[in-house]
Write a protein of this length. Sequence first.
Length: 219
Amino acid sequence: MTLLVPMYVHPTVDPAAWHALVTSAPRIYGVVLNIDDGPGTAPDPAFVAAARALRAAGVRVLGYADTDYGRRPARVVAQDFERHRDWYGADGFFLDQVAPDAAGLRHYRRLTRAARARGGRTVVLNPGAHPAPGYAALCDLLITFEGDWDAYCAAPAAPPWTKDHPPTRFCHLVHGVPARLSRLAARTAELRGAAVHCAVPGHGPNPWSALPPALRKAP
C-alpha cells in the first residue's frame, strides 16, 4: 500500500507535517498541493520551498485543479496546470470534482491531454466514486471513493470493470477514520482493489489538514 496525501494546510502552519512527508518519501505515491482551491493568484514562497523539498526527496508533487464537475472551461483549468508547473514545479496534476458519467468523457479526455501537454507525467482524476469505465483509461490514478468512514464501511462492492485494471490504478480517500482504525482502513482499501489510499481522522470542511496517522509514526 502507498499513500496519496492531500496536504491542505499551509507549510508555515504545520511545518512538522510537511517535514514528515519528506522523510516518508518511499511510502508516498504523491502529495497534492492545494494553495487556494488551486494554485492561487501568485506564487507562495512557503509552498515553493515545500514543493522543492518534496521533489528533492523523490515525491511526486501534484497540483490541485478544481474541474467543478465539468463546468469549469478547459482553458481555465489548463491555466491552473500552467501555474502549478511554473510556480511550484508540479510534475503531475490532481483533477478534483470530476463528473462521473459517460457524457463527461470527452471533456475529461481534453483536460487530461492538456495536463500531459503541460508536463503532467502523472494525472489523477477524482470523481470520488466509481465513474463510467472509460475514465480509467484517461489517467494514471483514479479515485473511486472519497468520503467519511461510515460511508466507506457501507460502500458497495467495486463494479466488475475494475478487474480489468491493476489495483495500482485505484485510490480511496477516507476521512473521519478513528486513529486506531487507520490500519483497518488500509486493509479495506487493499481488499477492495485499491493499492493507493489515504485515511485521516479529520472531519469538517477540510478534513485533509493533517497527516494520516501512519505517517505521524514514520521516522
